[in-house]
Design a protein around this ligand. Structure first.
Ligand SMILES: [Mg+2]
Length: 323
């Protein structure tokens, strides 16, 4: 099966990266309560946050996603050295462009950097992740889910490979199987959105997960179907971030188009606002397309490595055109 890249599909392809980046930049000012946000107030891309960031600037969520997308556009994600390239790109980012970095990701990338010169960055990342997991038992932060969407673009026509590679890319920094599950499920949702131009029913997609965890994930999805995003704060745990993002899709704010109203709702989840909104934004952009992103957001959104909206559009297209 080959998806025809007509204008509508390409709009949704671009929407994946633009939706995520705009969600990120919209959530940045309010991360961990950095700026106040009234209950009925619409969030704005005013910058600040943990960086501090310029108005419209995206954060680590989009920065790390861009690294994945660049590798996918240049050579695809189907072999082990692609994973090395991704890890090398993240190490370069950590040393040269990172504005803020999650603790777990930082620990692993520092460990990889310390071993530079020997082959196999991905192997070193995996080893560092397993060591961290052995020591702490906690490697299921939201840091792999926040950056996962470009993987879906690389496998639009190959759902079986998407299941494998979404997990492989997650595992590079987040070895807990639940973090990999979240990435697999969200990537399939994004892929469905791009291909079908409609919002999937997430409960239908749990078949992509290992059989022993499908019921658990269906229950987590059902919880998010019925409760507002704020019910899932704190949302640093990948499952809570996933639920907050899906809840924002299912419980849009009163004002705005579906994409705007759900991103508003995502930021009102509180806590890790940019990450929840970046996760939600990728899926919303996949379903409703770049054309649904407000012009003012497109004009303002920007960030490392010196990209603006047009640069993200081009990058997203190059990933799908390379397939
Ligand atoms: Mg961030």
């Amino acid at each position: 099966m080959t998806t025809q890249l007509d204008a509508a599909v390409l709009d949704r392809v671009e929407g994946v990266l633009l939706g995520a980046a705009c969600g990120d930049a919209l959530g940045v000012p309010y991360e961990f309560g950095s700026a106040p946000l009234g209950a009925s107030e619409a969030p704005r891309m005013i910058g600040g946050g943990l960086g501090p960031y310029d108005p419209g600037e995206w954060s680590d969520d989009t920065q790390m996603a861009v690294v994945i997308a660049r590798v996918a556009a240049a050579r695809g994600l189907t072999d082990g050295t692609a994973l090395d390239d991704i890890v090398d790109g993240w190490v370069e980012w950590l040393e040269g462009g990172a504005s803020d970095v999650g603790m777990q990701t930082r620990a692993i990338l520092r460990s990889v950097a310390a071993g530079r010169g020997t082959p196999g960055s991905a192997g070193r990342a995996l080893a560092a992740g397993h060591e961290l997991h052995r020591r702490t038992g906690k490697t299921a932060g939201n840091g792999s889910l926040m950056r996962t969407a470009p993987v879906a673009l690389a496998f639009l026509d190959d759902p079986a490979s998407l299941t494998l590679h979404a997990r492989d890319v997650s595992d590079l920094t987040h070895p807990d199987p639940v973090a990999g599950d979240a990435c697999v499920l969200w990537c399939h949702a994004v892929r469905f959105g791009v291909v079908e131009g409609a919002m999937p029913d997430l409960a239908d997609l749990v078949v992509e997960l290992p059989a022993e965890r499908r019921d658990q994930w269906a229950a987590w999805v059902a919880e998010a179907d019925t409760q507002p995003p704020a019910a899932f704060a704190p949302n640093g745990y990948v499952v809570r971030a996933f639920q907050a993002a899906w809840s924002a899709v299912r419980h849009p704010a009163a004002e705005g188009t579906p994409l705007v109203a759900s991103l508003t709702s995502a930021v009102h989840a509180g806590d890790d606002t940019d990450t929840v909104a970046a996760i939600a934004g990728a899926l919303l952009g996949a379903c409703w397309g770049a054309a649904s992103v407000p012009e003012s957001w497109l004009a303002d959104v920007h960030g490392w490595p010196g990209l603006r909206a047009d640069g993200l559009r081009d990058l997203a297209r190059r990933v799908v055109e390379r397939r």
